[in-house]
Write a protein that binds this ligand. Structure first.
Ligand SMILES: [Zn+2]
Ligand SMILES: [Zn+2]
Length: 257
């Protein structure tokens, strides 16, 4: 989906639409099949690693579909975001100490696969209406994230939330971190590494809990998955869904290339 307006700037209408989690029948239809295990296809996995997951909108739509059909059994997302966090942590470790190396390694080198597919709103082969209705409903996502909000708020990117410049630089999402790097603003790489380590460990515990005989995950572990998605792709569609103030239509184009 392109949300660009004239001269490359997004119009308020386009931004609002991009941030909205209104899921089409086509997206439900595709993602229902996708969550059955496509993530382990080697080409799909490579593509998702290159694109750092999905765009901001599709990242939360993917989680919404997962929670709608799998409730808390979110094995696919924990596998995906564990892989992405591992990739991000690798770029934060010595000897990759130059800002250029970090910019190169933290940016997406491919577009969101769901945007690129340009999925038609109505699938050619219609799925059962009950499946489409359930998939379009973001109620399961809302319940999942609302119940954990006090825990994931600490991971929230200050720029996705407030769009103010005087932010704590430890809590920036990947795309705003990249934006800071390009503008040669102050960075706290050690703080970012600590944030990512915490997310990685939580997502890993969540994933392990889904294996036979695994130790039960905690709410903190589930909140880490939400933090991981926000860090990789951005928080604004989730905040817009929750009615959190100041998610802002004052958009910045976060070009990654
Ligand atoms: Zn997308
Ligand atoms: Zn951000």
């Amino acid at each position: 989906m392109s949300a660009s307006g004239v001269n490359g700037r997004r119009t308020e209408e386009a931004i609002s639409k991009h941030h909205a989690l209104s899921i089409t029948n086509g997206e439900v239809n595709f993602l229902w099949w996708f969550i059955q295990g496509s993530i382990m296809n080697s080409d799909t996995w490579a593509r998702l690693m290159n694109s750092y997951g999905f765009c901001e909108r599709h990242a939360w739509i993917h989680l919404s579909i997962e929670t709608s059909f799998r409730d808390r059994f979110l094995l696919g997302p924990t596998i995906l975001y564990q892989g992405l966090l591992d990739k991000a942590l690798h770029s934060m470790r010595p000897p990759r100490i130059s800002a250029y190396s970090r910019i190169r390694d933290l940016r997406a080198t491919d577009a969101c696969m769901l945007c690129a597919m340009n999925i038609p709103e109505s699938p050619a082969v219609m799925a059962p209406a009950s499946r489409l209705d359930r998939g379009r409903d973001v109620g399961a996502l809302r319940r999942f994230v609302s119940g954990l909000e006090t825990l994931w708020r600490g991971y929230l990117c200050n720029l996705c939330h407030t769009q103010k410049s005087n932010v704590h630089i430890e809590t920036l999402c990947r795309r705003h971190l990249l934006s800071h790097m390009r503008q040669r603003k102050a960075l706290n790489i050690a703080g970012q590494r600590e944030l990512l380590n915490g997310l990685y460990e939580g997502v890993t515990r969540y994933q392990n809990s889904l294996a036979a005989g695994g130790k039960a995950a905690s709410d903190q572990d589930r909140a880490a998955l939400i933090g991981a998605i926000g860090w990789c792709s951005g928080w604004r569609p989730l905040l817009a869904m929750l009615g959190s103030a100041a998610t802002g239509l004052i958009d910045v184009e976060l070009c990654e290339h």
